[in-house]
Design a protein around this ligand. Structure first.
Ligand SMILES: [Ca+2]
Ligand SMILES: [Ca+2]
Length: 462
């Protein structure tokens, strides 16, 4: 082989050895999307006196049923004993856990005294599982083999907005010009014995709510009454079936003569009332109720007799919440400049009971790298009218033209039939990364061969 052909062979081998892909270990913020797993449960079974790892079940924010086949040795025991070790996320609940269709006879490790009953049925009556190790027993020597777990794991960071009542105030700060319920205190009222005796036909409001956080759909009721010195309100927030400490709250805002005053109640904030967590005739699973007792003196009113008409608005958050745009965040990850990511579908959801119309133009870009992301209408377009409980979508792709991190905020603008503004934003980011040449094991072998060939040729020339 002459010098020229050896050099050509060596260069060809070196070219083959250099692959075109690269990886990156850059630290990146992790943003959630609605269907990304947020955490899960490790399933263990007791086999011959030892806890044995059986598998891992992953969950997102929506209650989903997942299954796992248990080892035959565990099923042959007089009692099938299972451990569920929850990890990840910011909150986690179990709605049902069964072996085949058989509920557990015992659940240990839960806070709730009726844990086995809560776990027996898929009914929105849930068991708090966050960070817990629950030990369950099922009848043994069974032909059933599949453990079925219906659960959800919430993201670490809660997003979204409280549900607004009246719903016309959704997504907007409350002002004296917002929508309000009207209530005129009666001069001779008496203190209520709520939550006993609450009657939906006597409610000040009853609004159907569809949260976007994975909590159940349901009607939120509000009642108001008074005695001589105190305004009483009850907010029954049936879409909140999770007890999340101080994260859960409700507030009552009273407007009078252009002045607004907000009264907030949560597990820690009990000056103006207190929360409860119980099942009622309106929703037969545990959910949040808030009782308010607001002295008229706090509103600058001496007694019910001189109150006149009051304007009232409420909100409730549980981490039950609502978004106008879904998702709120998306990370496209690493894309080579000149290439295009897969598409993100963004949904603008009208959860209002009324028509919402997209503005013209219907979106604005917050940057700073808007030109690296391309937005395409799917069903959303300028001026589109969205009837109650409908939505439209658009697509976004990350198509970097240069290397480096890129971010943008897309804000969708719309308005209600009454002219109230509705906005929602999605924050997006991505990384444009130019491939770094790396060597696979085959590449290293070919490179070694090429270098040997060159070395041999150089030695031969001497
Ligand atoms: Ca249940
Ligand atoms: Ca809650």
């Amino acid at each position: 082989m002459n010098r020229r052909s050896v050099t050509v062979v060596a260069l060809v081998l070196i070219a083959i050895a250099v692959p075109v892909f690269a990886t990156s270990t850059a630290l990146r913020p992790t943003f959630m999307t609605p269907f990304d797993p947020q955490g899960g449960f490790e399933v263990q079974a007791l086999v011959n006196g030892f806890w044995q790892h059986v598998g891992e079940l992953k969950y997102d924010r929506y209650v989903r049923e997942r299954g796992l086949t248990l080892p035959a040795a565990a099923l042959a025991a007089p009692h099938v004993r299972i451990r569920l070790v929850q990890h990840g996320g910011g909150a986690a609940q179990i709605d049902r856990v069964v072996l085949g269709e058989t509920p557990p006879t015992r659940v240990a490790g839960a806070v709730e005294s009726d844990a086995a009953a809560l776990a027996a049925r898929r009914d929105n009556d849930v068991l708090d599982a966050f960070g817990k190790t629950l030990e369950l027993a099922f009848p043994g020597r069974t032909a059933e083999t599949v453990l079925r777990l219906a659960a959800r794991v919430e993201p670490k960071v809660n997003e979204g907005l409280p549900l607004a009542f009246p719903p016309a105030n959704q997504y907007m700060p409350l002002t004296p010009d917002s929508a309000f319920y009207r209530y005129r205190p009666v001069a001779a009222g008496s203190a209520p014995s709520w939550p006993a005796g609450l009657d939906p036909s006597k409610a000040l409001f009853a609004e159907f709510c569809r949260p976007t956080t994975g909590h159940p759909d349901g009607v939120t009721y509000g009642w108001v009454t008074n005695d001589r010195d105190t305004l009483y309100a009850e907010v029954e927030f049936t879409p909140d079936n999770t007890r999340d400490g101080n994260k859960d709250f409700s507030s009552a805002t009273v407007e009078r003569n252009g002045q607004m005053r907000e009264f907030r109640v949560s597990e820690d904030q009990t000056r103006w009332g207190h929360p409860s967590f119980l099942a009622t005739d309106r929703a037969r699973y545990h959910h949040k109720l808030y009782t308010f007792a607001i002295p008229f003196s706090e509103l600058g009113i001496r007694s019910a007799k001189e109150a006149g008409e009051l304007k009232l608005a409420f909100n409730a958050y549980g981490t039950t919440a609502t978004f106008f745009l879904i998702p709120a965040f998306h990370d496209f990850g690493i894309i080579e400049p000149g290439k295009t990511s897969s598409a993100l579908i963004v949904t603008a959801a009208n959860n209002f009971p009324t028509l919402v119309t997209l503005d013209t133009p219907y979106f604005t870009r917050g940057g700073p790298n808007s030109n690296q992301f391309t937005l395409t209408d799917v069903t959303c377009h300028d001026g589109l009218s969205l009837p109650a409980n409908t939505n439209c979508t658009f697509e976004v792709v990350f198509a970097p033209t240069v290397a480096g991190s890129a971010a943008d905020t897309i804000t969708v603008h719309a308005h209600t039939a009454a002219g109230g503004p509705v906005t929602g934003s999605v924050n997006i980011l991505g990384d444009g990364v130019i491939p770094i040449p790396t060597f696979s094991p085959l590449g290293i072998a070919l490179l070694a061969l090429a270098l040997s060939a060159l070395g041999y040729f150089i030695l031969r020339r001497r």
